[in-house]
Write a protein that binds this ligand. Structure first.
Ligand SMILES: CC(=O)N[C@H]1[C@@H](OP(=O)(O)OP(=O)(O)OC[C@H]2O[C@@H](n3ccc(=O)[nH]c3=O)[C@H](O)[C@@H]2O)O[C@H](CO)[C@@H](O)[C@@H]1O[C@H](C)C(=O)N[C@@H](C)C(=O)N[C@H](CCC(=O)O)C(=O)O
Ligand SMILES: Nc1ncnc2c1ncn2[C@@H]1O[C@H](COP(=O)(O)OP(=O)(O)OP(=O)(O)O)[C@@H](O)[C@H]1O
Length: 539
């Protein structure tokens, strides 16, 4: 289980002098001390100030920190210099504009160091502070529009089979060994990432896998890490508000394959973007083709040459041909063709990161459940349907998820779902139509309504449901998500499957600006425990 969000820092942080930071990084980052006009600090005193942590947010400052004041998209972080100093920051690194703001707010209370691009400096500065922790771990980074989380967990399973202790970071959680906290986002800011690398080392981990989002690459969050191996899953339309167009999105994703950011790469070449990345990447790349019989398989280093999807009722079996022509019998523990693709990529990534091929194949094929990704919460039997939680929250992902579950469902397929408030409104009826076409029984409910009227979101979904199923047969509506799950369970028998989609691992539900503790998995488990109790009472 994860514990609520907290910032993990090493227990024994180093103590560094501001003067040493400037001396070490002036050549590469152009750091220089900024003296406030009329400063009472002689340079020497500033240089001797010691810091014991690095942070990019005044809200995360602990006493002794160096505060990195970054010009943001909305506001300059230097505007929070007074908050940072009040919280105990002992020095500030910023750009010239930030230095002027810091001076206005706190005068010469703390030494200020300047550099032209603070975001670009954040990773290298935090890495220097922790004495380059990434160099002492095997590191794997995974990017792409879909499949990052799944692939990182598969890679971690393979690394765990070869290393005593590992860490895995991403959308679901920040996990070192068996300890985990909730993750604030897919890829944490550079100082947090460097803290986690240092903490992983402190706790005896020797390998770390992280998801790397396109935002992280555009905003320098993985600066200061040269990954041993990086992987690319696919590129589909997403996040164009941030990256401008597909070309910009591709350019940002490609940064992970730059010299200095990675030593080598593994690229799935099923789509045109993967093929282009493989051709253009500055670092050496191995290619993986995962669509059986597709033309790109012939030229790829690795190829899935046959796949039995979902035939054993759980995941899939597939054959992976290696660069030497040898064929390896492999498996994906999760259903659906997309997970054959994720498993094949993970095997090749783990092998490139030093795990023997047979060990990687066996470990990926038997990887444990990934929180909220086709997670089997309750198995079929004793009157209970198979109960699954999945994160699908787009029409395409919903379609893939329902298609993957159908072959493992002897009876009826029941879905509990909704759609997010304050996000893409156009997808609501489309998701309703997909569910009506591919599931037998629908319970439409709320996801994260945020500031919107939940009833209006459900109505938009039901408009789409009506297109595919005008009589609304076997379509139900429930205002509480927990009640929706209980309603579905009441309708289901042990040949049926109940899948709850959209929230996956999420530990909260956001309603009208308030985050309520809520998790789909917990509702299934509570209902299951309740039935056990009732059976015991009757026994
Ligand atoms: C678009 C984007 O990524 N924005 C990130 C960016 O925000 P920003 O430039 O707007 O920052 P800002 O609000 O102007 O603040 C400037 C600086 O002041 C600091 N500050 C601000 C307030 C305060 O009280 N004290 C303080 O020190 C901030 O920490 C920041 O360093 O820098 C901030 C921290 O420096 C990030 O928290 C913020 O991520 C926001 C929260 C976010 O939602 N990002 C999402 C889009 C994101 O990164 N998503 C990807 C996954 C995408 C996917 O694949 O689904 C991810 O990796 O999670
Ligand atoms: N290789 C893939 N290709 C296309 N779709 C995929 C692939 N792998 C997973 N998916 C779909 O995408 C959804 C999210 O999967 P996953 O969490 O692994 O991706 P992600 O890249 O980490 O996305 P996010 O950043 O939103 O968590 C799943 O519900 C699944 O249906």
């Amino acid at each position: 289980m994860t514990s609520p969000l907290g910032r993990l820092r090493p227990e024994h942080p180093p103590v560094r002098r501001v003067g040493d930071l400037v001396a070490a990084l002036a050549p590469s980052l152009g750091l220089s001390p900024a003296s406030a006009p009329g400063s009472s600090h002689p340079g020497g005193a500033d240089e001797d100030v010691a810091f014991t942590g690095v942070t990019m947010s005044s809200r995360d400052v602990v006493a002794g920190d160096l505060f990195l004041a970054v010009p943001g998209l909305k506001v300059h972080g230097a505007r929070f210099a007074d908050d940072a100093v009040t919280a105990g920051a002992v020095a500030v690194l910023t750009d010239p504009a930030g230095a002027r703001l810091v001076h206005e707010l706190v005068g010469d209370a703390v030494p200020v160091v300047v550099t032209a691009d603070v975001r670009a400096a954040a990773g290298p500065v935090a890495a220097w502070f922790h004495d380059e922790p990434a160099r002492r771990l095997v590191t794997v980074g995974v990017t792409g529009t879909n499949g990052k989380t799944t692939t990182t967990y598969f890679v971690d399973a393979a690394l765990r089979a070869h290393h005593e202790r590992t860490a895995v970071l991403g959308t679901v959680e920040l996990r070192i060994g068996d300890d985990a906290v909730e993750s604030p986002r897919t890829t944490v800011e550079a100082p947090v990432l460097q803290d986690l690398l240092a903490l992983a080392l402190e706790r005896g981990a020797t390998a770390l896998t992280t998801e790397v989002s396109s935002h992280a690459l555009a905003l320098g969050r993985v600066g200061g890490v040269e990954f041993d191996v990086v992987g690319f899953t696919n590129l589909q339309r997403d996040h164009l508000d941030f990256h401008g167009d597909m070309e910009g999105y591709f350019r940002d994703k490609s940064r992970l394959f730059a010299a200095g950011q990675a030593r080598r790469g593994v690229v799935v070449v099923d789509d045109e973007w993967g093929r282009r990345l493989a051709a253009e990447a500055p670092v050496p790349v191995e290619t993986v083709a995962t669509h059986v019989g597709a033309p790109e398989a012939a030229g790829a280093d690795w190829a899935v040459v046959s796949a039995d999807v979902g035939l054993d009722g759980v995941g899939s079996r597939f054959t992976l041909r290696g660069p030497d022509g040898a064929e390896h019998e492999a498996a994906s523990p999760l259903p659906g063709l997309v997970n054959v693709s994720n498993a094949a990529l993970a095997v090749v990534l783990a092998h490139a990161a030093g795990v023997p091929l047979d060990v990687a194949v066996a470990a990926v094929g038997t990887a444990h459940a990934i929180p909220g990704r086709m997670e089997r919460v309750v198995e079929r039997g004793d009157g209970w349907p198979l109960c699954l939680v999945d994160y699908a929250h787009t029409p395409d992902a919903l379609e893939l998820a329902l298609e993957a579950v159908r072959p493992i469902t002897p009876g009826r397929l029941l879905i509990v779902f909704g759609s997010d408030g304050d996000r893409d409104q156009g997808k609501r009826p489309i998701m309703g139509a997909v569910a009506a076409r591919l599931a037998d029984v629908l319970v439409v409910t709320d996801e994260n309504p945020r500031s919107e009227d939940p009833a209006a979101i459900r109505a938009a979904i039901l408009d789409g449901v009506r297109e595919a199923r005008p009589d609304l047969a076997d379509v139900h509506e429930a205002t509480s998500r927990a009640q929706a799950i209980r309603d579905a369970l009441a309708l289901a028998g042990d040949q049926d499957t109940v899948i709850v989609t959209g929230k996956g691992h999420e530990p909260t539900q956001e309603i009208a600006g308030v985050f309520h503790r809520y998790n789909d998995r917990d509702v299934f488990l509570a209902a299951h425990r309740e039935q056990d109790r009732r059976q015991e009472q009757h026994a």
